[in-house]
Ligand binder design. Structure first.
Ligand code: F7E
Length: 346
């Protein structure tokens, strides 16, 4: 009998990589999507295009307990991967209430529905390094205290603890993955890595003049989403549930990421100026290609994130296959391919 997996957030970056991973492992994959997504396949389901005929999508909403119960009762999944959330940190400052509502209640509803209607399902919660926020130690591991710095981070902390609560109170097999930033060629374009890759590839091809960014000094521990979904699956194959930090253990600034992309594109550049006047120019032509726009700064910043994933490396036997340079190489080459083929919908 095929194992049955239910993925929330299946249309996102991680959802699509996880779907491909589970299909290769012969799972029957079900995904929870908003009804509008089913009606707008081209724009909302593009990441799933290659596998759409191999999976089952169910319309539901993380804001509706009843809609979640219906699906869980119907398919009784062996494994539930709860990836769905409002995941833009910056946007969480602009729409705090809906971020808190979806990210907190959505997680709680699923756990409650599992407890009532499918208590043997294994549950994975997509926690985030944003929970460490104003970091209490460097690097961060599973024991590092949380200090979230955004409504998004606050919601993730609640959801992390309610997951542990259900595990301890009701014996639900529930794991928290504390995932550091993970990127890929199908990352949403508002996240900084993809924004940089898209813009600089367009600049290279003469389709755009300039890229505007916010805080260039923020440091992140960037991995590849493909590696990270494997860690999610590994957690649910354990004998007993546990929580794990998933990270590469290397951190770089946003500015360094820009430099990596420029190098990959073979653009010769130099930086000039300080603070809001910092800018990047093309050597020779002196064309200004990167400037700072203060609108991209957040009311509160997470300055530095660096994960220690030794627990995952030991217990899950997991380690990342990609380093940041390989990640950049893949993101740039996919973007150039898309541009050269004039693929408009991604
Ligand atoms: O920002 C700085 C920005 O939006 C990274 C989500 O997946 O990872 C992600 O959260 C850094 C921040 O990701 C721009 O201020 C500078 O310091 O790519 P990001 P994030 O906020 O770290 C965690 C683990 C999650 O769980 C989240 O769901 O880059 N930055 N200039 C900028 N960021 C953006 N987006 N745009 C800029 O122009």
């Amino acid at each position: 009998m095929k194992k049955v997996a239910l993925i929330t957030g299946i249309t996102g970056q991680d959802g699509s990589y996880l779907t491909e991973f589970l299909l290769k492992k012969k799972y029957q994959v079900h995904g929870l999507v908003r009804r509008v997504a089913l009606e707008d396949e081209n724009h909302r389901l593009w990441r799933l295009r290659p596998v759409l005929n191999k999976i089952t999508l169910h319309p539901a909403s993380l804001e509706s307990y009843a809609s979640l119960v219906k699906i869980i009762q119907k398919i009784k999944p062996n494994e539930v991967y709860h990836l769905g959330a409002q995941s833009y940190v910056d946007y969480s400052f602009k729409d705090e209430f809906s971020t808190l509502n979806t990210n907190i209640n959505g997680t709680h509803y699923i756990l409650s529905a599992l407890k009532e209607f499918s208590p043997n399902s294994k549950f994975y919660f997509a926690g985030s390094s944003e929970m460490f926020g104003k970091v209490k130690e460097i690097p961060q591991n599973e024991k590092t205290p949380f200090y979230p710095r955004s409504p998004y981070g606050v919601a993730k902390v609640y959801a992390h603890w309610i997951t542990i609560n259900y595990r301890e109170a009701y014996d639900i097999f529930a794991c928290n993955g504390i995932l550091f930033n993970h990127e890929s060629p199908v990352r949403g374009e508002t996240f900084v890595t993809r924004k940089i890759v898209v813009a600089l590839c367009r600049i290279k091809n003469g389709l755009q003049k300039k890229l505007y960014l916010g805080n260039l000094d923020a440091k992140r521990d960037w991995g590849h989403a493909k590696d990270y979904v494997e860690a999610m699956w590994k957690m649910l194959q354990l004998k007993s549930p546990n929580d794990f930090v998933i990270s590469t253990g290397k951190q770089y600034t946003v500015k360094y990421f820009v430099n990596l992309v420029l190098n990959e594109l073979k653009i010769k550049y130099y930086w000039k100026g300080k603070n809001l006047n910092t800018a990047c120019f093309v050597k020779g032509s002196n064309q200004k290609i990167v400037s700072i726009d203060k609108n991209y700064f957040r009311p509160l910043e997470v300055d530095t994130l660096l994960g220690n994933s030794s627990k995952a490396r030991k217990i899950l036997k997991w380690k990342p296959k990609y380093n940041v340079k390989q990640l950049v190489k893949e993101m740039v080459s996919e973007e150039l391919y898309m541009l050269s083929n004039d693929k408009k919908i991604r």
